[in-house]
Design a protein around this ligand. Structure first.
Ligand SMILES: [Ca+2]
Length: 662
């Protein structure tokens, strides 16, 4: 090994170039190294990054690896914080009941001076407004403090809309012409159901509101323009995409006047100090304040770029992403943990990127975002996410910030566990992806009209296979249609097979698409197994009537369905506009099994064939919860049987082996 110099702002054990195949060092988790590999060994312990870790050019292979517990942090850590009582002026701005509990921590000027960006406040973000970089956050005891808010749990309701504000969605080109309108941007005004708080809000400068302002699936965080306690109104400084509606719900955030419970904080950016009511027991715990706005590691790309492996590193407490890359070929991220990340933990496009045996916890937006492959030629990108665990993604952006999002062609998501999310667990777009043997549970916890695993609004979504997944515990109602598998807004050509769905509101919601195949799935203790609707000749008909404005038409026109390989592989696509237009032609529902679950609804039985549905023997009602628990355990650990029926293979035990190291 030849030691090399490396301009990296981190503590290194060593940076070396290997001269040939070598056995891994005893303490390293990696595989044998290829010749000419640059190895960057990071020292154990926590290293603070004030800038991205820059990888050297000119190598064929780069391995960045941790040893013991190597942590890369994107924030200022204060090991022994000197929390003090608030001064009189600050105390006067706090809720009276909080003054005795609130403490103040001055942030050291010398530390702040190391960072190019100052302390950052709340940002506009939400559905269709991706958060480019998170605000500065304060982490104590491994979790973020909550910017002072009300209500402390859940959401507040709207009594009356005074002015819905402008509706930016109506100006977009795919809005049907009859509904389209453009007006100057104007924030809405509303009367909250509980007006007793308004005086507090009026005194809270830089307050923002996060809300599901209209639809159950569209969150947006918007700045407050003004609060009028006399009139009982709040006016927002920006419009919500769909305009405000009385059915909406909201919470105020970053409001000093609402700092009234343990775990809440407010960053006094002007005076570089944190104001907090610390969680019990954390009074002396180390404090980390996230500062780094850039990605922690950028994977090089372009001709001659090295193949990069990142392994055995904990990424923590940053405002931006942990690992990003564009045009990347063959990056591997292995045995890493990501926690308290501001935006996406990993975001890569290119080909052959692998994320394996990683853990993602408390991610601001999406856990892993991967794009790659060429749809016109159906050339696979071959990204993989496998054997990884995702908990509490969508921490800051609540909708459309899933654990995993893939786009393009030919990726695989295998044997991952995903839980505790406000909205969707997996979003996939494109073709020929394999989503297999994943274990998804306790997701779609805050929203409706959403599923655990979702795709939408594309007639050309052919060749995706979702097989052998275990999805459970997504309660809901017919009014809010939470579901396990959502093939939304006429997405077509998708196969859902051998999945096990337990204790979900609806098992599968197929929104009117064509050529979708639902076979050999088992539904246990669900509100209904399947809703296969015909929305293309119902409420969605106006949206697909005009090819000039319809997203479905545009996406169909973008794919060369009349040329190879599309013409041979997916021949039915050529008749979508001419054969029973708008109806769910070619739908197949076959061989599904139901236990204590009604089949549900198939709206157009002339187009969607159902056969071979079987009802499995159900235990007495009191025995059903235990039977559900047994099935979940069995799917996680071995074969699943119901009476004489052997299911599957299903669940996380069915998966092929993980990608071997190296
Ligand atoms: Ca509060």
């Amino acid at each position: 090994m030849h030691r090399i110099a490396l301009a990296a702002p981190v503590a290194l054990l060593a940076a070396c170039t290997s001269t040939g195949p070598a056995a891994p060092e005893p303490h390293a988790p990696s595989a044998p190294l290829a010749p000419d590999t640059i190895v960057i060994d990071l020292a154990p312990g926590t290293t603070t990054l004030t800038a991205p870790l820059t990888l050297p050019a000119g190598a064929r292979e780069i391995v960045v690896r941790g040893h013991g517990r190597t942590t890369l942090s994107g924030g200022i850590t204060i090991a022994a914080p000197d929390w003090r009582a608030p001064d009189e002026r600050l105390a006067a701005a706090l809720p009276a009941e909080a003054v005795a509990h609130v403490r103040v921590l001055e942030l050291p000027a010398a530390e702040l001076a190391r960072w190019p960006a100052a302390l950052a406040g709340p940002v506009h973000c939400g559905h269709t407004v991706p958060m480019p970089v998170a605000p500065t956050e304060v982490f104590v005891g491994g979790r973020a403090l909550t910017p002072a808010r009300w209500p402390n749990d859940g959401w507040a309701t709207i009594e009356r809309i005074v002015d819905a504000g402008s509706v930016p969605r109506n100006a977009e080109p795919d809005t049907p012409a009859a509904q389209r309108s453009t007006e100057p941007a104007r924030g809405g005004t509303f009367v909250p159901s509980d007006r007793s708080r308004l005086a507090r809000w009026q005194r809270s400068g830089d307050a923002w509101m996060q809300g599901y302002w209209n639809w159950d699936w569209s969150d947006e965080q918007l700045p407050v323009a003004s609060v009028d306690p006399t009139a009982g109104t709040v006016t927002l400084a920006m419009p919500h995409r769909y305009g405000l509606a009385q059915r909406g719900r909201f919470r105020i955030t970053n409001a000093l006047g609402e700092l009234d419970s343990p775990g809440e904080c407010w960053i006094d950016r002007g005076n570089a100090r944190v104001v907090a009511w610390l969680p019990a027991g954390d009074e002396h715990a180390p404090v980390t304040v996230s500062m780094l706005a850039e990605p922690m590691i950028r994977i090089p790309s372009g001709p001659g770029a090295p193949r990069v492996t990142v392994e055995g590193i904990a990424f923590e407490c940053t405002r931006g992403s942990a690992i990003v890359g564009t045009g990347v070929d063959g990056a591997t991220v292995r045995d890493c943990t990501f926690s308290n990340i501001g935006t996406r933990a990993i975001s890569l496009d290119g080909a052959r990127c692998v994320v394996t045996r990683c853990t993602f916890t408390d991610i601001g937006t999406t856990g892993v975002h991967l794009e790659g492959g060429d749809r016109a030629t159906l050339t696979p990108g071959r990204h993989r996410v496998e054997g990884s665990t995702f908990t509490r993604c969508g921490r800051l952006q609540r909708t459309y910030a899933p654990a995993i999002e893939i786009a393009g062609v030919g990726h695989a998501l295998v044997r991952n566990e995903i839980s505790d999310l406000p909205h969707i667990a997996v979003i996939y777009a494109g073709n020929e992806h394999l989503i297999e043997a994943n274990h998804v549970h306790h997701v779609v916890q805050e929203t409706g009209d959403a599923g655990a695993i979702c795709i939408g609004r594309d007639w050309t979504a052919h060749g995706n296979v979702l097989r052998g997944n275990l999805v459970h515990d997504i309660p809901g109602s017919d009014a809010r249609y939470q579901n396990a598998f959502y093939v939304d807004d006429m997405a077509s050509g998708i196969t859902l097979e051998d999945n096990l769905v337990i204790r979900c509101n609806w098992g599968m919601l197929i929104g009117g698409g064509r050529d979708n195949v639902i076979r050999r799935n088992t539904f246990v203790a669900c509100g209904k197994a399947i809703m296969y609707d015909a929305r293309g000749v119902g409420w969605m008909a106006p949206h697909i009537a005009d090819p000039a404005t319809s997203t479905l038409h545009r996406r169909l026109a973008e794919m060369p369905v009349d040329r190879e390989p599309w013409r041979s592989r997916y021949p039915s696509l050529q008749s979508y506009l001419t054969d029973r237009f708008g109806r769910p032609v070619g739908g197949v529902v076959e061989g599904n099994a139901l236990l204590a679950t009604p089949l549900g609804t198939i709206e157009d039985r002339a187009c969607v064939t159902e056969s071979g549905t079987v009802a499995l023997p159900a235990p007495v009602a009191e025995g059903l919860p235990a039977e559900c628990d047994r099935l979940i355990d069995d799917a996680c650990t071995g074969n699943v049987r119901i009476g004489n029926a052997r299911l599957g293979p299903v669940g996380p035990t069915r998966a092929p082996p993980l990608t071997p190291p190296g």
